[in-house]
Design a protein around this ligand. Structure first.
Ligand code: MG
Length: 463
């Protein structure tokens, strides 16, 4: 008899197969998704399973483990861990793959499966497609007999190994000597099991805000300026020189300065690159083409080079490998240091920032003040995906494009020295996105308007 999984009702992309538990993502779907993923790799090694702290995590972990074991995969359960820890453990155990159960920054009712391949990287679009196709057409005989199902074991050493890798990547002795007062908000997510301990091992005096993974998220867990208001006040009250804010699976990092000012996520990569490029003369930094040009200013300071790719972690990781970069990431607070893990990791982000603070004797506010500031403007325009190519041609041939450097990797990007604007189709909605950056608000806003006009598109909203 054939197994028939329920139709998929969740959203699937390489960054996660995600849904609201009990609505668009159910345990039976998770069981079959894990089985489909495992059926391709059964026999090639174990599968590492981790999760963030949300209340449905353990249940979905059990469903995923059952699916994997049912198709013959051994499972290594590493418990509540940051997402980058799962990637590291795939390499440590020479596993055939990994699954992190986490809906990242989404609110508590969401959950998701993030698939990791045997390279310790987020699965490719092809691997995801293969898994989804297998799900919708489960092969006859996929389930194993009782005597050839996979086994389950637990490994509690993953976080300790991850901490050791971060410590080895920075000048831990110099950081310890500075005894920097810091605050860290783990939003009761999986960073709670690692960040406070890492910071203590770096000699910091640590104020922990919401570091209980057995407790619910105290707020909307995305580290935006609005959601982080209470945290910012607590950082100031704690007398910290820097406040770190993680998302629930601890791959993204936002910053607050000692005065309680939300610095945000756009600065995270820039400041970490400042640390890394200072230590590695002539290094290359890789980012996507809509990340702030502050990165170019920092790279120039160290005689380094910036390479830009299409938006998306996979594209940035491909660029990192191709150009032998020493640091990479995106403007969403995602920092990638290939010495630690080939994926975003808030922990190496914290360590690099502390290294720069220790080397310069400056607090976070001082490091931020030393970087030329820009205004960024983001807008959405009413354009269906099919209309975007023609709109891009209208902009590219308009007077606006005269004298601009043109980059067509992802839609259209026009750059002039200290300013740029990018128009591209949204991957998820029937709109196009415009992002601009310029030395002041008025110029950034006028670039957005000019592109919308040249594209002959109606401006829906700008912020
Ligand atoms: Mg995340």
């Amino acid at each position: 008899m054939r197994s028939r999984p329920p139709a998929l009702t969740c959203v699937a992309s390489v960054s996660g197969i995600r849904g609201v538990v009990g609505d668009s993502l159910d345990p039976d779907q998770v069981l079959y998704l894990a089985a489909a993923f495992g059926s391709a790799i059964a026999g090639r090694g174990a599968v590492v399973l981790g999760r963030d702290s949300r209340p449905t995590g353990e249940m979905l972990m059990q469903a995923a483990a059952a699916g994997l074991r049912g198709v013959g995969c051994d499972v290594i359960d590493i418990g509540v861990v940051p997402t980058p820890t799962v990637a590291l453990e795939v390499l440590h155990h020479r596993a055939a793959g990994g699954i992190q159960i986490s809906a990242s920054h989404n609110p508590v009712e969401w959950n998701a499966l993030k698939l990791i391949n045997d390279q310790g990287r987020t699965c490719t679009a092809d691997q995801l497609e293969w898994t989804l196709n297998t799900y919708s057409d489960i092969p006859v005989g996929m389930w194993r007999r009782w005597d050839s199902c996979g086994r389950l074991r637990r490994d509690d050493g993953a976080v300790e190994r991850h901490i050791a890798r971060v410590l080895a990547a920075v000048d831990a002795r110099m950081i310890r000597a500075s005894a920097i007062p810091v605050a860290v908000d783990c939003v009761n997510g999986s960073g709670s099991v690692m960040a406070p301990e890492l910071l203590r091992q770096l000699g910091c005096s640590v104020t922990v805000i919401d570091g209980r993974p057995d407790q619910p998220f105290p707020r909307n867990p995305e580290p935006t300026v609005t959601n982080a208001a209470r945290t910012a006040a607590m950082v100031a009250a704690a007398g910290a020189q820097v406040g770190f804010i993680q998302d629930p699976d601890a791959d993204r990092l936002a910053l607050v300065d000692g005065g309680g000012r939300y610095i945000g996520e756009e600065y995270t990569l820039v400041l970490c690159a400042d640390a890394r490029l200072a230590a590695q003369a002539g290094g290359v930094a890789v980012t996507n083409l809509s990340t702030s040009r502050m990165l170019d200013d920092v790279a120039q300071r160290h005689g380094a080079r910036v390479v830009r790719t299409r938006v998306g972690e996979a594209n940035v990781l491909d660029g990192l490998a191709r150009h032998g970069a020493v640091i990479a990431g995106e403007g969403n607070g995602g920092v990638i240091d290939p010495r630690v893990v080939h994926g975003r990791d808030s922990h190496i982000g914290m360590a690099l920032l502390l290294e720069r603070m220790a080397a310069t004797g400056s607090d976070l506010a001082g490091l931020v003040a030393a970087i030329p500031a820009y205004a960024m403007r983001k807008a959405r325009v009413a354009l269906d995906r099919s209309e975007v190519p023609a709109a891009i041609e209208r902009v590219a041939t308009s007077t606006l494009a005269h004298g601009a450097t043109i980059d067509r990797q992802d839609g259209l990007k026009l750059s002039w020295g200290d300013r740029w604007v990018n128009l591209r189709a949204s991957g998820t909605e029937p709109v196009a996105r415009i992002i601009s950056e310029a030395p002041d608000e008025a110029t950034a806003a006028s670039l957005v308007t000019a592109v919308a006009e040249a594209a002959q598109a109606e401006l829906l909203e700008a912020h």
